[in-house]
Write a protein that binds this ligand. Structure first.
Ligand code: GDP
Length: 520
């Protein structure tokens, strides 16, 4: 029962499983259509229409391998805290990071040669406890991570210079930490200076609801001199204590997860990034995705440029092996089973980004359409003059007129096919927006006649009117009762319901093109 002529001329609309010929109501499975086409030597022109519901389901089910289910409690082991140092400019953040870095450097064979890779790990002398510090320029990295929803920091060290007290960026840092729900440990710095006034700093902090321990609060505070290296160990101990309170745990097993701290192109290594592992263990050969970047790990190194065999939870590592794109800082990294899977995931993400962009474009179009509402209002009189009525109060008048017009239309010697429609909408605004768009329809091939339009759900009269004038009822955001459905079915009237304007318009356009007879 396939019309071969129609087949060769129509666009063939596809969704995942079915094929529909534009201009016909029949829906055939893809294979049948392809078979018929090949038998008759027809080259079909396909328009791909993704089945949006299925697409959305895929999104949540399988297309993106993220997020993973939480690890079983039996796999959980303690992990080092990941710490970000924040505070006002010149209060000593860089100096403190240097002091922390060199606090454990003596114990390594690599002497003082460290590379800035965005993060480093320090062992508290005389213990096994470690702390991971992020040393990417404070706010920017923190902000990027927040925006991407990645939580890369467990604790914030708030550095406040004792000779200056709370300053603008101190307040900002407090705000960031609060919003991210990250606990603060206060380091009162520059305590070696004669002008230092740690007591005033404590009072300043109280003004911003940071009540430190020795003022009756529960926020730890350590007085330090980053420059002279005083009390650095005490600060580290405070961090370890804070971490214990938080009971930080993760699993070294399963597919790895982490976060990009920095990324760059390094000579001889190509695209590299520093990541802090949050879960699992990253090794050579692990396949990772980050946003729409992916790679197979070629090498792992630490901040001393020493090769690591692997990197488990809370370990910072510089990773080489990224292909095509650089992973963006702040982005979540996820390990997948294979390169093929990595490509699937990033392909899916690319498509999602494009879909989101298209959605935004549509919003812009919607906005423009409602601006055009004004123009519609000016044209409304013209519309009424064409013999249309606004609102169902004058329904009987409309009925009469519509019948008359329908009679005229059928008796007119025109070859142009006609599509008659009745528009029902939820409120004035949307009705006018719809009519406005419809009013701009002008085709040499098909006539669009608006038989009736109004606000509110369709009632019996509308069904009857539709039946008599052979019109299709398009509803926007209005309820359709079961009774009306039954009546419509019995009278062979099509009632279509939409809750997105552009979908209604698209459906109407499809309907219009379906009225156009195939070329002979
Ligand atoms: P940042 O902008 O917060 O990174 O601050 P820096 O670490 O660059 O420090 C700013 C200035 O304060 C530099 O001249 C440091 O030498 C000095 N400084 C940092 N910590 C101390 C300290 O504990 N005592 C003294 N006297 N000066 C310090």
């Amino acid at each position: 029962g396939v019309d071969i002529d129609a087949l060769s001329d129509s666009l063939i609309e596809l969704d995942e499983d079915n094929v529909k010929l534009l201009g016909s109501a029949t829906s055939l499975d893809r294979k049948t259509v392809l078979d018929v086409c090949s038998i008759h030597g027809i080259k079909p022109r396909f328009v791909y229409r993704p089945n949006e519901e299925k697409l959305m389901k895929k999104l949540s089910d399988e297309a993106d391998a993220f997020p993973q289910p939480p690890p079983p409690p039996s796999e959980l082991v303690r992990r080092a805290p990941v710490v970000t140092i924040m505070g006002h400019v010149d209060h000593g953040k860089t100096t403190l990071l240097d002091a922390l870095r060199s606090s454990s450097i003596v114990s390594t064979e690599f002497g003082g040669i460290t590379q800035h890779i965005g993060a480093f790990s320090v062992q508290l002398p005389g213990t096994k406890s470690r702390v991971t510090f992020l040393d990417t320029p404070g706010h920017a990295a923190f902000k990027a991570m927040r925006e991407r929803g990645a939580r890369a920091t467990d604790i914030v060290v708030l550095v406040v210079a004792a000779d200056d007290g709370v300053n603008e960026q101190t307040v900002e840092s407090i705000k960031y930490a609060r919003e991210a729900g990250v606990p603060i440990v206060v380091a009162i710095n520059k305590c070696d200076k004669p002008q230092a006034d740690p007591a005033k700093t404590r009072r300043d902090l109280m003004q911003h609801d940071i009540v430190v321990e020795d003022m009756g609060g529960d926020i730890q505070v350590v007085e330090i001199s980053a420059l002279q290296g005083t009390n650095i160990k005490a600060l580290q101990e405070a961090l370890i204590l804070q971490a214990e309170l938080m009971d930080l745990k993760s699993t070294p097993k399963g597919l790895s997860e982490g976060v990009v701290i920095e990324s760059t192109t390094a000579q001889g290594l190509g695209k590299v990034c520093t990541m802090v592992v949050q879960r699992g263990t990253v090794k050579r050969g692990s396949v990772l995705v980050a946003g729409t970047a992916w790679g197979r790990v070629r090498s792992l190194t630490d901040e001393h440029n020493k090769t690591l065999k692997e990197a488990g939870p809370s370990t910072p590592a510089r990773i080489s092996g990224w292909r095509e794109n650089l992973p963006p800082p702040g982005e979540a990294i996820l390990e997948v089973e294979s390169e093929q899977r990595a490509q699937e995931v990033i392909e899916f993400r690319r498509r999602r980004i494009m879909d989101e962009r298209a959605e935004k474009d549509r919003d812009v179009i919607e906005a423009r359409r409602s601006e055009e509402r004004e123009i519609y209002l000016q044209n409304r009189q013209k519309l009424l003059n064409k013999g249309m009525r606004y609102g169902s109060t004058y329904h009987h008048v409309v009925m009469k007129e519509a019948k008359k017009r329908a009679m005229e239309a059928t008796s007119e010697p025109t070859e142009k096919p006609v599509l008659r429609v009745i528009i029902r909408s939820d409120v004035d605004g949307t009705l006018e927006a719809l009519l406005n768009v419809l009013d701009t329809y002008d085709s040499q091939l098909c006539d669009l006649q608006i038989v009736d339009f109004g606000v509110g759900a369709p009632i019996d009269n509308h069904i009857e009117l539709a039946a008599e004038t052979n019109a299709v009822i398009y509803c926007f955001n209005t309820p359709i009762s079961a009774g009306i459905r039954t009546l419509a079915n019995s009278k062979d009237v099509t009632v279509e319901q939409f809750n997105v304007i552009y979908r209604l318009i698209d459906a109407l356009k499809d309907k219009l093109s379906s009225q156009i007879p195939p070329k002979t």
